[in-house]
Design a binder for this molecule. Sequence first.
Ligand code: SF4
Length: 366
Amino acid sequence: MIIIKQTKDTIEDTVHDALSEIKYNPQHERVLIKPCIPSPCQVGAPYITNHRITAGVIDYLRQQGIKEIIVGEGPLRDYDRTFAVSGYEKMCKNRDVKLINLHHTERMGINWDYGELMIPSLILDSEYINIAKLKVHTSTTVTLGMKNQMGLLRKEDNKKIHLLGLHRPIAAMSGVVKPNLIIIDAINGEQGGPPGKHGQRVQDINLVICGTNLLATDAAASRLMGFSPENILHLKMASDMEIGDFEDEMKGVSLDECKMNFIPLTDHRRICNLYYHWTDETCSGCLGLMAEIRAFALSHPWHLGRFIRYGLLQRMDILTGKPKTISKTFGRILGVGDCMMDIAIEHGIPFVHGCPPRAVDVLRQV
Ligand code: SF4
């Protein structure tokens, strides 16, 4: 069952109404809620699950008599700041709910297609609610409920999944880690921009999607964004692996009524003449490096000068992951991150070690 609900009154009330309409009835005494808050973003940013959606779920669970509720996330960096600026710290405190960093929680191994997967032990004996954000992604086109589960993993496993091919491991993980409830925060969203641009906000969508089947809920959210689930590799693979179906009983606002046309992200970001490229193998470590390089350059005059020289006056291409080809249109090339090492050696490309490398080391090589 999937419901798409238009927000009215408050976001918390909308979530409550949606869960009531699908008659969601938690089956465990303890609940683990996993929102998407990968990095420090302000309240309402289209990159994180709005804390008010999570608050609405908590209020509903309390009404159902659930006493032990835990909100857990494994952010990519700046853990404390991530929880503080996103509104989660305050919201959880006000509702007397424990907020935990999943990087510091006990883990257990479960079997999956690639050996043993270490997941938070809590998941195994709790009701597990996955609250994702409606947004596009550099490698997986969309990042919804299935992709949100990567935040359950240890950092080293997150990197490994990229190197294992990303799409199939995400699909396989959804076959062994199955949320009891999936919610997609579509209050706003994030799409790509014109070629080279990154992360544009899509305002005023004002929808909440709730479902009990991970694949079908992601498929519905993809359609809402204007993408066919058949064309989203990890969704298609999950379907081919018979982990679930694209279709489920739908309630609420019809998809035809709310369908949009999200712009996908390209495989690079461009600032003037500086191009930053990624592949499926590029994990969030090297993806997040672009912003760090820019911030570091802006705060150091010497680096800023070099940044301007190569970012404005001459073309420079920074490569991450495992590019299949080195285009003739590239300008001066710099390989970044250990994933690039073999290719850099093969093509004689200057290279910066690290997993991920430090922004300052990249700037020294620019
Ligand atoms: S080198 Fe970069 S992309 Fe590769 S695993 Fe390390 S951080 Fe991720």
